[in-house]
Design a protein around this ligand. Structure first.
Ligand SMILES: [Cu+2]
Length: 131
């Protein structure tokens, strides 16, 4: 008499591996189709760091900054793990996705509150208050 064993355990293992790979894939938007806009060649009065963060992947340090109209801000990328962007909510400036070592200067001529974010990390936000 012959006895046969079920091998469904192998199929279950393959399905589990596929699920993990799908969850980890993230789109890399802006690598080729995004051109930086709204940048300035002027001298910045303050420098913000673009750093890594354990909760939001990336962060702007400081998150909120205040300048007077006519001044400029420089963002300096320091996160060596992930690319990030400085993208204005109103579309006026966009650095596109950049890596550590990159710098981006934006000059603000008009008083107001300017919200910006990273194009691929929704929890990565910052605000520029121009008085
Ligand atoms: Cu980011």
């Amino acid at each position: 008499m012959a006895r046969w064993k079920s091998r469904t355990a192998i199929a279950a293992s393959a399905l589990f591996t596929t699920a993990i790979l799908t969850a980890c894939s993230a789109p890399f938007i802006g690598g080729g189709d995004c051109s930086p806009k709204g940048g300035s060649t002027g001298t910045a009065s303050q420098v913000l760091k673009v750093v890594s963060d354990s909760k939001t992947v990336g962060a702007y340090n400081p998150k909120t900054i205040t300048i007077t109209s006519g001044q400029a801000i420089e963002w300096a990328w320091e996160d060596t793990g992930n690319p990030h962007s400085v993208t204005a909510e109103n579309g006026s400036f966009d650095s596109c996705l950049q890596k550590a070592g990159y710098t981006f200067v934006v000059s603000f001529a008009t008083p107001g509150t300017y919200a910006y974010k990273c194009s691929i990390h929704p929890d990565m936000k910052g605000t520029v208050n121009v008085t």
